[in-house]
Design a protein around this ligand. Structure first.
Ligand code: ADP
Ligand code: GLC
Length: 463
C-alpha cells in the first residue's frame, strides 16, 4: 500500500503545535505496520537529506517553479520536501513579531497545487491530507485520482483568501468558494472521500454551530463520511522510565524518581519545598487554550492551597499579565515564557496536577503526556479531553478532574476537588499508577487508520 501523507508540520523538521507530533507519530507507526508512507511537506529550507533525489513538477505558471527533494532524514527516515516560491521561511506561518506572514494562504495554495502534481506523477493508492494547508490539492486532482482523506486537527484555522484564487487552484475550485472568498478547508471537506477529526468527541462538536467555525453545516451534510480517531503520543519520547530530559527516571511500580523530579521542578519555579500540590501548564498562549481563565484565580491559589507553574509562548498581552501576576504572587505562581522542550518534560514529570482549561481542544496531546508521567489532568469538558479524561468522582476508573464549563468558577471547583484528592498518599499513588498504565501509543490509532486506508482502496478497486 503506497500512501502520500501531506502535512505542513512534521517533528522534528518543523514544529509549531500538536500537528507536527501527530503527523510524525502516525507516519512512523504506519510505516512500522508495513505501509509505504511518503511523508510530504513544504521545503522551508535548511533541511539536510541523505541520498537526495531532485526533480521538478509540472505545474501551472502561477505556481512558479516547483522542485521536489526526496531523501533520508536522520530522524524521520524517507522524506519528500516540496519547494515553491515563497514557501521557505524561518517559521512555517509566523513573522518575528508573532503575526502571520501576509501571504500564508497564497504560499500554501502554491504548495498544494504542487502537491496535486506530485500525486498525479506518483499515483499512490491513497492520499492523506492534513488541515487547510494541504486542502486545495483536491481542487486540481483529475477523475482517476486515488481515494482521499482529510484530517481536521484544528477547524479554527482555515486559510481563507480572496476569490481570485478560484480561477487558479483547479477544475474543482467551485467547492472552495466561501462567502465571496476561497477556503482551502471547506473545499477539502466537500471533496474528500473521508474526513477524520482527531478525536471522536471533536467529530461530534464540529457539526454544531458553537464549534463548527462556520463549517458545521457542510460537516453535517457529510456526516456519513466523517469520523473521529483519537491521536496517540510518541511513547518512546514520552517515557518516564528512560527520559534523558528529567533528573530521575521512574515507573508506575517505583515512583521515587517522580519525587526527585518534583523537587527539581519546585526549585526551578522558585517555590518552597513542601507538600502543597503543584499544578503545571505547558501550552501555546492562544484563546483556544483558555489560560486567561486562570488569571482571576491566581490571587486565590494560596487559599486552595495550590501552586501553579505555567510554561507557554504566544499572545504577548497574556504573557505580560502572567509575568505581572508571577511578580505579585511569587509564593504560589510562576511563569516561564517560551517554547522549551526540556523544561516541558520536567513540568509533566515533576507536577502533582496538569491543567488544561481549553475553550476547545480537537484532541490535545499534553493531557496524555502528563498522564504518562503520573500527573492527573484537570480539564474542561471539550473535544479530545472528553475522550481521554473521565472524571475520578463520576466514573469508576476515572483519571482526572473535569470542569463542566470553561469558566474560572468551574475551573476553581475542579482544581479544589483535585487538590483535596491528592491529600492522602494512598489516593495519590492509586491514581498515579492507574494513569501511568494507560496505553496512549500510536499502535491502536495507526491500526484504525490502516483499516480505513484498506477499506477505501478496496472500495475504489470495486468501483
Ligand atoms: P496544540 O497542538 O493545540 O498546541 P497539543 O496538546 O495537541 O496542542 O500539542 C502541543 C504540543 O506542543 C505538545 O507536545 C506540548 O508538549 C508541546 N508544547 C506546547 N507548548 C509548549 C511550550 N511552551 N514548550 C514546550 N513544549 C510545548
Ligand atoms: C491541533 C489541536 C490539538 C491536537 C493537535 C494534533 O493543534 O489544537 O488539540 O492535539 O492538533 O492533532
Amino acid at each position: 500500500m503506497r500512501v502520500i501523507f501531506a502535512t505542513a508540520e512534521l517533528s522534528p523538521v518543523a514544529t509549531v503545535g500538536g500537528l507536527a507530533a501527530a503527523a510524525a507519530g502516525l507516519g512512523r507507526e504506519l510505516r512500522r505496520g508495513g505501509i509505504d508512507v511518503d511523508l510530504v511537506m513544504p521545503d522551508y529550507g535548511n533541511v539536510a537529506l541523505v541520498d537526495e533525489v531532485t526533480f521538478e513538477l509540472d505545474v501551472p505558471d502561477w505556481v512558479g517553479t516547483a522542485t521536489v527533494r526526496r531523501g533520508r532524514h536522520a530522524e524521520v527516515g524517507m522524506l519528500t520536501l516540496v519547494s515553491v516560491p515563497g514557501i521557505a521561511r524561518p517559521h512555517p506561518y509566523l513573522q518575528a513579531d508573532g503575526s502571520g506572514w501576509e501571504d500564508n494562504s497564497e504560499r500554501f495554495f502554491r504548495f498544494s497545487r504542487a502537491l496535486a502534481a506530485l500525486i498525479e506523477r506518483e499515483r499512490p493508492d491513497l492520499v492523506h491530507l492534513n488541515d487547510w494547508h494541504t486542502g486545495s490539492a483536491l481542487a486540481a486532482l483529475g477523475p482517476d485520482a486515488p481515494p482521499t482523506i482529510v484530517s481536521i486537527h484544528n477547524l479554527a484555522y482555515q486559510g481563507v483568501a480572496d476569490d481570485s484564487w478560484l480561477e487558479r487552484i483547479g477544475a474543482h475550485a467551485s467547492h472552495f468558494e466561501w462567502w465571496g472568498g476561497t477556503n482551502p478547508l471547506s473545499g477539502a471537506i466537500a471533496l474528500a472521500d473521508r474526513i477524520v477529526a482527531v478525536s471522536p468527541h471533536y467529530a461530534e462538536e464540529i457539526q454544531t454551530p458553537e464549534d463548527g467555525f462556520g463549517l458545521d453545516g457542510l460537516l453535517r451534510d457529510r456526516h456519513d463520511v466523517l469520523l473521529g480517531i483519537l491521536n496517540g503520543i510518541d511513547t518512546d519520547v514520552w517515557d518516564p522510565s528512560s527520559d534523558p530530559l528529567i533528573p530521575a527516571n521512574f515507573t508506575a511500580s517505583s515512583l521515587e524518581g517522580k519525587a526527585t523530579c518534583r523537587g527539581a521542578l519546585v526549585e526551578r519555579l522558585g517555590f518552597d519545598a513542601d507538600r502543597i500540590p503543584l499544578a503545571t501548564v505547558v501550552t501555546r498562549l492562544t484563546d483556544q487554550k483558555g489560560i486567561d481563565l486562570l488569571v482571576p484565580l491566581i490571587p486565590l491559589l494560596d487559599q486552595i492551597p495550590l501552586r501553579l507553574g505555567v510554561l507557554g509562548s504566544g499572545d504577548a498581552a497574556l504573557a505580560a499579565d502572567l509575568h505581572r501576576l508571577a511578580a505579585q504572587h511569587p509564593e504560589s505562581f510562576a511563569f516561564v515564557e517560551g517554547y522549551d522542550e526540556a523544561l516541558s518534560h520536567l513540568m509533566f514529570a515533576g507536577a502533582d496536577l496538569f491543567l488544561m482549561p481549553s475553550r476547545f481542544e480537537p484532541c490535545g496531546l499534553t493531557q496524555m503526556q502528563a498522564m504518562r508521567y503520573g500527573t492527573p489532568p484537570v480539564v474542561t469538558a471539550v473535544g479530545g479531553l472528553v475522550d481521554t479524561v473521565p472524571d475520578v468522582d463520576r466514573q469508576r476508573g476515572g483519571v482526572g478532574f473535569v470542569a463542566a464549563e470553561a469558566t474560572p468558577e468551574h475551573l476553581l471547583a475542579a482544581m479544589f476537588r483535585a487538590a483535596r484528592r491528592l491529600r492522602t498518599a494512598r489516593d495519590r499513588t492509586t491514581l498515579q499508577k492507574r494513569i501511568m498504565s494507560i496505553d496512549w501509543s500510536w499502535s491502536q490509532p495507526a491500526q484504525t487508520y490502516a483499516a480505513l486506508y484498506a477499506d477505501l482502496i478496496a472500495a475504489e478497486q470495486r468501483s
